[in-house]
Design a protein around this ligand. Sequence first.
Ligand SMILES: Cc1ncc(COP(=O)(O)O)c(C=O)c1O
Length: 476
Amino acid sequence: MTYITPRAGSESLNLHNEFAPDSIEAKDLRTLLHPSTNLKQHSQQGPVVHERAEGVYLWDNKGKQYLEGMAGLWCTALGYGNEELARVAEEQMRKMSYSQLFAGRTNEPSVMLAERLIEMAPMDGGRVFFGLSGSDANDTQIKLLWYYNNAIGRPEKKKIISRKRGYHGITVASGSLTGIPTFHKEFDLPLPGIMHVTCPHYYSEGMVGESEAQFVDRLLAELEQLILQEGPETIAAFIAEPIQGAGGVVVPPKDYLPRVAQLLQKHDIIFIDDEVICGFGRTGQPFGAQTFGVRPTTMSLAKALSSAYLPISAVLLPEYMHDAFASRSDELGNFGHGFTYSGHPVCAAVALRNLEIMDEMDLYTHAGKVGQVFQQRLREFSDHPLVGEVRGAGLIAAVELVKQKQPRTPFELSAGVGAYCAAACHDAGVILRNLGDSVAFCPPLVITEDQIDELISKFAIGLDATLEWASKSHLI
Ligand SMILES: Cc1ncc(COP(=O)(O)O)c(C=O)c1O
């Protein structure tokens, strides 16, 4: 996966010596270390400064308007500038700007939010642990599983199976769960005891002559073989996003996740459902687990939980895990896990109101309805000479660009075709993100059908510009 900012030939290209020394752009280049960025290119091209946002639109500091096609980083579900959420944040800040959950203290917004999440979640959820990011939620998942298995006398049951192209975060442990090489290289990850199996992407991983059903059989056999080889008594959990987001928006074959869940149950392995992207309507249902018909053991939530108005994450656990923590922490004198901002009352109040607004707007139904239109419209690009596959569900999708459709021949990644396309779309006024040569779409859930038309026509401009560039550059 590459994160390359606009390339030569794109209108967005800036050379940083064009920036006035006291401009935000110049100061950015002197001060910030940018996450997930090609740092060398950034130092040559400089930043794009986003200045304000409203609904599904953003404006840069030159006044140019963009349609937000990625909900920020898959997170701004309600769109930008929601006055009610601003009011709730202000009210809670004035009432009590901070409180903690350590040492048995509590606050009303955290309790109310936990209650709501337990009611909603498609699992036997008994307890909620709050954090601030998807990464810390998945780190917490690992630590809690280790603690749980120690507490119930299974200290050898610690390994975790994840999947190639899965994205579960960036901290040492959650970064190890992530199955994308760029997040491991030079960081000495993954940690031992974390293993990755094949990504369930039939289009890129299916073998010549293999049917989709045979593909699923093969992946299930691979998973079971790994479990047996390592010994089920050593494996604590399997983690999966219902749709893999940052790995390229991979939609698994329909029966893949239910069959995985069955296999895990057979071997007494916990199913961690990472709903950080899919949760709260993204796939057209409240949770991705519901779209794919699975019942997880634990869940990680973040992003749309607050529509990114404030940072907050949650781990949902079954009651029996809490029971084990309670008796072991009594013996130890403390349950030694928690963040200063676990249960931050302002974040919790905003998240709770965000979920209420989603209900008041019947937003999951809306996302399901416009999601269908969106998926249909995107599939109109299937015949485009550069398009190998269009995939997605609800309001998340990707268009994969290939050198040749049949047999499927990808471009050299170094050619930067996906990056060029994302930059050309940016010039056309829509923010999309390339994940390698897949162009990802994840608009705010409040997007209307008219705005989907606009998104599609702006993408068409970007895609055609990419075709013209690719043929001039003899890439096709
Ligand atoms: C599925 C999934 N899990 C976890 C994370 C990590 O979340 P954060 O960036 O908030 O740490 C992400 C981030 O994109 C994600 O997509």
